[in-house]
Design a protein around this ligand. Structure first.
Ligand code: B4P
Length: 185
């Protein structure tokens, strides 16, 4: 059974490439961003608390995200693609523990590398199509700052474990999907 993390800055193409990976390897796709947006759309008490955090471009607390992942892993029997998780080293350590509790271990982490000007361009373009509350210039700048400060250290965590697969995230969606398949094997 494969368990894979797809990693990258906001707008790097994680959600886009996830579709190809889950189809090719038959994995269960779990996106923390989608789960959090669903809480907001459902109007739950938790959703009301996290809306302000996401709209400001900050990371939701580790406790909230870990609880969601704990449930998702416990329910999975086919292997998972983790999209947007882990985003902190504490989340990465927790993921290792959660998988180990089910006799599993992460196969690899696929890291999409895209320059910041291109990230900004993609997210502003998406804003015109999807109108997501956190896709505006000020919030994107905060999301990128959060990424540099709190999420990039996760890449070193996986590099130290020999599980990091670096992928050039520039090109067509199909070209990038082919690079990822080659890197995962
Ligand atoms: P996410 O939903 O994960 O949003 P994202 O980082 O913007 O990535 P996404 O997957 O949507 O975009 P993609 O790169 O595919 O997170 C949103 C928020 O949720 C976070 O800011 C945070 O507040 C919270 N959150 C989520 N997980 C959390 C966690 N673990 N801990 C704490 N907080 C958490 O695509 C972007 C755009 O680029 C798309 O429009 C796409 O069409 C385009 N694109 C993709 N590939 C392209 C290519 N090759 N060429 C041109 N355009 C491309």
């Amino acid at each position: 059974m494969k368990d894979i993390v797809i990693f990258g800055a906001p707008g790097a193409g994680k959600g886009t490439q996830s579709d190809f990976i889950v189809e090719h390897y038959g994995l269960n796709h779990v996106s923390t961003g989608d789960l959090l947006r669903k809480e907001i759309a459902d109007g739950t008490e938790l959703g009301r608390r996290i809306k302000g955090i996401m709209d400001a471009g900050q990371l939701v607390s580790d406790d909230i995200v870990v609880e969601m992942m704990d449930k998702a892993i416990a329910a999975d029997t086919q292997g998972m693609l983790f999209d947007g998780f882990p985003r902190t080293v504490a989340q990465a350590e927790t993921l290792d523990r959660l998988l180990a509790a089910h006799g599993r271990a992460l196969s690899c982490m696929v890291q999409l590398e895209v320059p910041e000007e291109e990230l900004m361009r993609r997210l502003l373009e998406r804003a015109t199509i999807q109108g997501r509350a956190d896709d505006n210039e000020a919030t994107i700048a905060n999301r990128l700052a959060e990424y540099r400060a709190k999420t990039l250290p996760v890449a070193e965590y996986y590099a130290a474990q020999g599980k990091q697969r670096l992928i050039d995230g520039l090109g067509t969606v199909e070209e990038i999907a082919a690079r990822i398949r080659q890197a995962i094997g």
